[in-house]
Design a protein around this ligand. Structure first.
Ligand code: ATP
Ligand code: ATP
Ligand code: MG
Ligand code: MG
Ligand code: MG
Ligand code: MG
Length: 254
C-alpha cells in the first residue's frame, strides 16, 4: 500500500534532531512583536498605551489557550506574550519546535484575523510578525520568578513611558527634553514628576497598563443547567506576591 512504500529519499528524515523538552519542567513560550517600534508608529498607536492593541494581544493569546488546553496560564504586556504549559504536558510529544511554532502561528494569525474587531477604522498596512523562544524551568519558584520578572518589567517600562509621554503630551516638552528630565531618576522621582508636572497619580492609571494581563481558566456556573464550564478570563492583578498563587493554586498543581 501507499503507506508502506519507502523511497530512497527517506533517509533525509534522520537529519531531524530530537528536541523534546526535558520531563517535569515547566515549558514557557515567549513571543515578542518584531520591530513593533516601527509597527506601532506606522499604525499610529496611542502613546504610551493603545488599549485596543493590548486587547487584541489578549484576544490572540486567548485563541492559543482555546486551542491548547495544556496552556494553563498566559501573561502579556506591550508586544509580548508568555505561555505556560503544565509541567507534564504531552503536547506534540514535548517537541520544542512543534510547540513553539504552533503557538506562534496561532497567535500571529489571530492577531491579523481579529485586527478589525479592535481597530474598526484602521487598516492593517503590512503583516505583523512575532519571534518566539522556549525556556524550561525546573522548579515552581523558577516559574514564579520568571513571571515576576516579566511583571516587574511591565512596571518599570510603563512608569517610564507614562512619565515620558506625560511630559511630551501634557507639558509640551520635546522628546529630548523629556528624556533628559527622566534620565537617572528612580521610581519615586518619576512618580513625583508625573504628579507635580502632569497632575497624574500613577496609581490611578488603568491596571491593564500597570500590571499587564494574566489569562487564567476560571470555573464558572452556567445558570439554567447549573453545570460548570471553564472560561478564559483576563486579570490585571499582581502576580509577584503570594495571593494570586493561593487563589489559583491549581495552576502550580496541574
Ligand atoms: P524587537 O524586534 O527587537 O522586539 P521592537 O521594536 O519590537 O524590537 P520592543 O522592545 O519589543 O522593540 O518594544 C515594543 C515597542 O512597541 C515599544 O516601543 C512599545 O512602546 C511599543 N508598543 C507595544 N505595545 C504597545 C501599545 N499597546 N501601545 C503603544 N505602544 C506599544
Ligand atoms: P497535521 O496537523 O498533523 O499536519 P493535517 O490534517 O494538516 O494534520 P497533513 O498530512 O499535513 O495533515 O495533510 C494536509 C491535508 O490538507 C491533506 O488532507 C491534503 O489533502 C490537504 N490539502 C493541503 N493542501 C491542499 C490543497 N491545495 N488542495 C486540497 N487539499 C489540500
Ligand atoms: Mg525581540
Ligand atoms: Mg518587540
Ligand atoms: Mg517587546
Ligand atoms: Mg498538516
Amino acid at each position: 500500500s501507499k503507506g508502506m512504500a519507502k523511497s530512497k529519499y527517506e533517509y533525509v528524515r534522520t537529519f531531524e534532531v530530537e528536541d523534546r523538552c526535558l520531563q517535569n519542567c515547566w515549558i514557557v513560550v515567549r513571543l515578542d512583536g518584531r520591530s513593533f517600534h516601527r509597527f506601532t508608529s506606522s499604525h499610529k498607536f496611542e502613546k504610551p498605551n493603545d488599549k485596543r492593541a493590548l486587547e487584541l494581544m489578549n484576544r490572540s493569546a486567548a485563541a492559543v489557550m482555546e486551542e491548547f488546553r495544556d496552556v494553563s496560564l498566559a501573561y502579556g504586556q506591550s508586544d509580548e506574550y508568555s505561555f505556560i504549559l503544565r509541567k507534564n504536558t504531552d503536547l506534540y510529544n514535548r517537541r520544542q519546535s512543534k510547540i513553539m511554532s504552533a503557538i506562534n502561528s496561532i497567535f500571529s494569525a489571530s492577531y491579523v484575523y481579529y485586527w478589525n474587531t479592535y481597530f474598526e477604522d484602521k487598516k492593517l498596512l503590512y503583516p505583523p510578525s512575532f519571534d518566539a523562544r522556549v525556556v524550561l524551568y525546573p522548579t515552581d519558584q523558577n516559574l514564579r520568578d520568571y513571571l515576576s520578572w516579566r511583571q516587574a518589567d511591565t512596571h518599570i517600562n510603563n512608569l517610564y513611558n507614562t512619565a515620558f509621554w506625560g511630559l511630551v503630551l501634557m507639558k509640551g516638552l520635546s522628546n529630548n527634553e523629556a528624556e533628559k528630565v527622566l534620565s537617572g531618576t528612580v521610581s519615586s522621582e518619576k512618580n513625583e514628576i508625573l504628579f507635580k508636572e502632569c497632575g497624574t497619580n500613577y496609581n490611578n492609571e488603568l491596571p491593564i497598563y500597570r500590571k499587564g494581563t494574566v489569562l487564567v481558566r476560571k470555573l464558572v456556573n452556567i445558570p439554567p443547567s447549573k453545570s460548570k464550564k471553564h472560561i478564559i478570563s483576563p486579570l490585571h492583578v499582581d502576580i509577584i506576591g503570594d495571593s494570586f498563587w493561593e487563589e489559583y493554586d491549581e495552576i502550580l498543581n496541574l
